[in-house]
Design a protein around this ligand. Structure first.
Ligand code: PSU
Ligand code: MN
Length: 314
């Protein structure tokens, strides 16, 4: 039975993260699926570090999250990030995978849903990612709806993203978030951004134009007792946005190949991401990097504003 963990230290929070949380200073959680499964090597490691730097530049403490040898680690050190980005066969952990992975002492990258659950356990209120999972195209028959959407409604965390990739059904994704009561706030825009492109043609139900407004909205959600999470969508910086027709062609091809090859379940999103990246060439990686850094920067600023409100009012 040596391989089964029954220890109670399932959560390890890095010292600098713990200190910041205790003192009410700004902290931003970062996910690790983008490091292990979302970006090609070696860009993944460079981007993971640059995101942490972008958070620090706004006066917040970054906390990259993953499962290492059967422990939830909140605040990976540099060697741990390197390990996650270079080891083969790192698992992809959504919420449902956390407990089984902990019991087996496994190592896994956490998705948006997995990271949100872990951030909530540690008491972190702000989280930056690239794009969230959502309702897949064809979900009417496949039932493939990312657990990210449910966890966004459950964890008391503000998630910063660049919208969702058009590999998903974006109108249904918005419907689903409405059903589960997640405020979707367009940051300096009225439109839901579509990851590589700034526009989707879909309106966000809410809009904020300053970091103070975003922080006040998150604070109201929690201090009022309404609870749950919020989603803030930041469009990709203009200079890096890609034309949506080229992306759409790649997505159509990738979706067809997924069906032909019988790809389904948790393998679907990594498959589609990898194929779209291949079909669009290196340009998509540069765009991905730019939006991740932009989200990390804004998340740092939102977290800093939030810690100011909490210091004054609590
Ligand atoms: N979308 C992206 N990049 C990503 C992901 C989604 O544009 O890296 C990852 C995130 O970690 C997200 C996960 O939480 O994929 C969603 O997977 P699924 O569809 O299996 O829930
Ligand atoms: Mn799925």
């Amino acid at each position: 039975m040596m391989s089964v963990s029954t220890s109670h230290s399932y959560l390890r929070v890095a010292e600098q993260v713990r200190a910041a949380l205790v003192e009410g200073r700004a902290v931003v959680a970062l996910e690790s699926t983008v490091i292990a499964h979302g970006l090609p090597r070696p860009a993944n490691l460079e981007v993971a570090r640059a995101m942490e730097d972008a958070v620090r530049a706004e006066g917040a403490v970054p906390a990259t999250v993953a499962l290492l040898d059967g422990q939830i680690v909140v605040g990976l050190n540099d060697a741990e990030i390197e390990r996650l980005g270079s080891e083969e066969q790192v698992l992809k952990a959504s919420r449902r995978d956390l407990a089984p992975a902990l019991a087996r002492r496994a190592t896994a990258a956490t998705t948006v849903a997995g990271t949100l659950a872990c951030a909530a356990l540690a008491g972190i209120r702000v989280f930056a990612t690239g794009g969230i999972g959502g309702v897949h195209r064809g979900a009417v028959s496949s039932f493939d709806v990312s657990a990210d959407l449910i966890e966004l409604s459950r964890a008391p965390v503000l998630t910063v993203c660049a919208g969702a990739k058009a590999i998903l059904d974006l109108p249904l994704t918005l419907e689903y978030l409405e059903t589960h009561g997640v405020p979707v706030v367009g940051f300096q825009t009225d439109e839901l951004p579509a990851f590589y492109s700034r526009a989707s043609g879909l309106r966000t139900p809410h809009r904020a134009d300053t970091a103070q407004e975003v922080a006040a909205t998150a604070y109201a959600q929690w201090a009022s007792g309404v609870g749950g999470g919020l989603l803030v969508t930041c469009p990709i910086p203009e200079a890096f946005a890609l034309p949506s027709d080229a992306i759409e062609k790649a997505i159509t091809t990738a979706l067809r190949e997924a069906v032909e090859q019988g790809v389904h379940g948790p393998a679907t999103t990594p498959f589609l991401l990898a194929r779209v990246a291949e079909l669009t060439g290196g340009e998509s990686v540069a765009a991905n990097r730019a939006l991740l850094l932009n989200n990390a920067m804004w998340a740092g600023r939102f977290a800093s504003e939030l810690s100011k409100i909490r210091t004054i009012t609590e």
